[in-house]
Design a protein around this ligand. Structure first.
Ligand SMILES: NC(=O)C1=CN([C@@H]2O[C@H](COP(=O)(O)OP(=O)(O)OC[C@H]3O[C@@H](n4cnc5c(N)ncnc54)[C@H](OP(=O)(O)O)[C@@H]3O)[C@@H](O)[C@H]2O)C=CC1
Ligand SMILES: O=C(O)[C@@H]1CCC=N1
Length: 237
């Protein structure tokens, strides 16, 4: 990008080449791309000045959970409007972003894809109503994995390891398993089977993990709750 501008009423630390504004600038030429990253609850107040700022060539990308394209139309004036759901591993180029828009030109589609490809992989959704489930799986998902690291570290401590060592082992194990899942084309199921010696330690651990209610049921409940919250946000609650 030629110039990157951040609008934030606070004082976030931004890179030297980024300009910081406390409020939306008035009378500026229409930007190429605007990314809306405020909380959905503050959007009406924060974005009131946006229609006057954007032009018909501007691409407005909202990453707000639960804010529908139909609602975004009120903020985005003439601009091309896109919904995106990224996730925080984007900070290290390992994110995954789901995108959806109606009637995009091929050019717009390519530039949006290129923008998010800088932060990791990109998928286009077939329907806007997939966002609730997508938000619950990949938007919120990193937090489930971090929770797992915390739980594994705490369990190691309970099994007698010093806290620092246990956290180091738990973190390195999840990082290593994720890297293997990325590099090895086998399914997660096959990767799991490769660790699990018949009658060995892993089998004993997995049996406990799957005992009622079991990890799959807990994860299903987590995704259902997060998707439900996404729907509530869409209804303005
Ligand atoms: N966190 C995540 O993993 C993901 C978040 N999202 C979406 O991103 C959005 C932000 O979430 P998150 O980063 O977690 O929340 P934060 O509260 O961390 O970020 C919100 C930001 O908006 C700023 N802000 C508040 N009011 C205004 C305003 N009037 N004008 C401009 N900026 C304003 C805040 O500034 P200040 O701190 O000074 O109040 C803050 O920097 C949400 O819509 C969320 O759904 C989407 C995908 C993943
Ligand atoms: O918790 C949230 O609402 C946002 C959306 C996905 C991740 N964080």
């Amino acid at each position: 990008a030629e110039a990157v501008v951040v609008v934030d009423p606070g004082s976030p630390v931004v890179p030297a080449e980024v300009e910081l504004f406390q409020a939306l600038p008035e009378g500026a030429p229409p930007p190429d791309v605007v990314v809306l990253a405020v909380k959905p609850q503050v959007a009406p107040a924060a974005l009131a000045g946006l229609p006057a700022l954007v032009g018909p060539e501007t691409i407005v990308i909202s990453i707000m959970a639960g804010t529908m394209l139909a609602e975004l139309a009120a903020f985005s004036g003439d601009a091309i409007t896109v919904r995106a759901m990224p996730n925080t591993p984007a900070a290290v180029g390992k994110g995954v972003t789901a995108l959806f828009a109606n009637g995009l030109s091929d050019d717009a589609r390519v530039s949006i894809e290129q923008l998010f490809a800088r932060t990791g992989s990109v998928v286009w959704l077939e329907a806007e109503n997939q966002f609730d489930a997508v938000t619950a799986v990949s938007g919120s998902g990193p937090a489930y994995v971090f929770r797992f690291i915390e739980a594994l570290a705490a369990a190691g401590e309970a099994a007698g390891l010093p806290p620092e060592l246990s956290e180091k082992l738990a973190r390195a194990t999840v990082v290593g398993a994720a890297a293997l899942a990325e590099a090895d084309p086998r399914s997660p199921r096959d990767l799991r089977a490769a660790v699990t010696s018949p009658g060995g330690t892993t089998q004993a651990g997995l049996e406990a993990l799957d005992a009622d209610p079991g990890l799959p049921a807990l994860v299903r409940a987590a995704v259902r709750a997060a998707a439900g919250r996404s729907k509530e946000l869409a209804e303005g609650r």
